[in-house]
Design a binder for this molecule. Sequence first.
Ligand code: F6P
Length: 358
Amino acid sequence: MAQSKTTRIGILTAGGDCPGLNAAIRAVAKAARGEYGIEILGIYDGFAGLIENRWRVLDWDDLSGLLTLGGTMLRTSRAKPHMYPAPGGGVVDMTGVACENYRAMGLDCLVCLGGGGTQKNAMKLVEAGCNVLTLPKTIDNDVARTDVCFGFDTAVAIGTEAIDRLHSTADSHRRIMVLELMGNKAGWLALAAGVAGGADAILIPEIPFDLEVVAESIRERDRRGKRFSIVAVAEGAEPRGGFVDDDQYVDAGEGHHVATRVGRRLEKLTGLEARVTVLGYVQRGGSPTATDRLLATRLGSAAAQLLAEGEYNVMVASRGEGWKAVPLEKVAGKRRTVPLDHELIAAARLIGTSFGDD
Ligand code: F6P
């Protein structure tokens, strides 16, 4: 067994789940335990389990069959130690309790698998005296200082398949199909799935849109004999100047999904029929793609190496074909959105995709 400066770790998954979390747990735990003899405590329900002492030692048997499984075997929550729901209502700072439990569990380091919120919560534990090591996961792909997050590739594949399937029904009915994708305040998912699926317009938070511009691109397609148009819209996308709560955007009585607003307005502007699909949590479910399995395995095993070296308070970031340990303070509280000069935006524009901005 190789030498290790770490003897006992806790591992938790926090924030929204995504495909690849179990593959990453497996990689961290198998490498940490098998190669370095590190004992692994699985903490349940994200930071809530740390505060409420829900954990158990993970044995070899627990680590089998995880690679292909969606969700997270450790379950998750959006609990924040520094803003924890108080019994009588309101919130209370439980950072101190989380750190006391960390010490009582005899941990050398807490491994947190999560997105932007988790990186921030983890940093607060570091400031309170715990050792932490994080991995970047999220279908939103918006964690700072990493090329990519695991979970993203799978969500892109699901979004792409949805667009593929919308094509034939759109064509049959001569319709506009508006597909809403997740992504929070970043457009990575809508952009990647939109380009891969060949959407005719892609609307993302980074580029405020004008629906008159989108409508004109759809009319132009119609004039050229194209019987349908597909619009991929990120849940966080907004029109120039923001949404106006008048009948321009809210006249459908179908809730406030951006896709609904976009669909109804495009119907009015083009005279064509529009239909709306909100893909929702389907994007977060099921088995990870091979790419996500590879990423989760690479980053998870790298985390074990860092633990053995006693290198804490970093995020294991993906860099090209490899990985890099990035100080957590450079990641926490930051969001990576799509740069306006991103080559995928440029490529899409060149092939005639509308972003609703010109
Ligand atoms: O961060 C992942 C994500 O799926 C976002 O794309 C989405 O905005 C959000 O989580 C939904 O959160 P919840 O699971 O709390 O409804």
